[in-house]
Design a protein around this ligand. Structure first.
Ligand code: MN
Length: 300
């Protein structure tokens, strides 16, 4: 099943039907579920009881044209977005880092940084470097605390494509990656039963049609089950929480007018544009933490 969010702040949830249209399923949300603006987060909370009705909507189709809706991030109001800092060896090398996730742990991105398919990343400053980081992310299906690696699958609702837009420099990651619009996600969340094994998933990211990132998800240092186990040992995870797995080699600088596309096999294809409209001068000085020369050349 592929599920989307749309409407004001993701107040409506939809399912991508077999005929390619989107059927609004907001009406299926039981009234006893916790209130909140994000409709899809409540669908996820109630998924076990809604599965058959959702499947029926998916089969019957007859919704609105996919392109007629402005999509939000599929989960528009997660309680948190957790992300992996250095989780591919080749990205550690390009960043000239000496340590990776097994030293660094994870970090948080502000949920207010989410945007959906077709959205615009707004670069806030004219004097700083901003990079794209294409990533596989997953959405938590039920409350999780101290989950074992071998039980992790039970807690994963589905997968999506995420861009961890990043300002380079010495500020804390939570600052550099939490500007509004810095977490494009979508276009949908696809349930894990339709993705199957992650071992052969391929991630590719293009900027203005030029391939920057080309990786296999199987090269993750900490895979998805290890991330569920570790993150749930630190903090309680709730339905709809988003965990992003980290980016492979090939991050590169963004500029006004860029078009970014990230595609992950069997998961989806996410497209956004970049604008520096309204950019000001950075009030923090940052540092010199940028990818090495090889990667800068690749990124053009
Ligand atoms: Mn990242």
């Amino acid at each position: 099943m592929r599920l989307v969010s749309f409407g004001d702040g993701g107040s409506r949830a939809g399912i991508v039907c077999r005929d390619g249209t989107i059927s609004d399923v907001t009406d299926l949300i039981p009234s006893d579920l916790a209130p909140g603006k994000g409709a899809l987060r409540r669908i996820i909370q109630g998924y076990d009881g809604l599965r058959d009705q959702l499947s029926e909507r998916e089969r019957s189709g007859g919704g609105v044209a996919f392109d007629s809706l402005v999509l939000s991030a599929p989960v528009s109001d997660p309680t948190k977005i957790v992300a992996a800092p250095v989780n591919y060896i080749d990205h550690m090398e390009e960043m000239q880092q000496l340590s990776h996730i097994d030293s660094l742990g994870v970090f948080l991105k502000a949920p207010s940084s989410l945007i959906g398919e077709g959205g615009t990343v707004r670069l806030p400053y004219s004097n700083r470097r901003f990079d794209q980081e294409g990533e596989l992310c997953f959405v938590i299906g039920k409350q999780a605390r101290n989950v074992k690696v071998e039980e992790a699958d039970e807690y994963i609702f589905g997968y999506s494509v995420l861009l961890d837009i990043t300002m380079r420099g010495g500020e804390d990651r939570s600052t550099r990656k939490s500007f509004d619009t810095f977490t494009p996600m979508g276009p949908w969340v696809i349930t894990s039963d339709e993705v199957g094994s992650l071992d052969d998933l391929e991630l590719r990211c293009w900027v203005n049609g030029s391939l920057r990132q080309d990786a296999r998800v199987s090269d993750l240092i900490w895979g998805v089950p290890e991330l569920v186990a570790y993150v749930s040992s630190v903090m309680t995870l709730f339905p709809g929480d988003v965990i992003s797995t980290g980016t492979p080699k090939g991050v590169g600088q963004l500029a006004d007018g860029d078009k970014i596309v990230v595609e992950i096999s069997r998961v989806g294809r996410l497209s956004v544009s970049v604008s520096d409209l309204g950019a000001t001068f950075s009030v923090t000085r940052g540092g010199s933490s940028v990818p090495n020369q090889l990667s800068s050349q690749q990124s053009g």
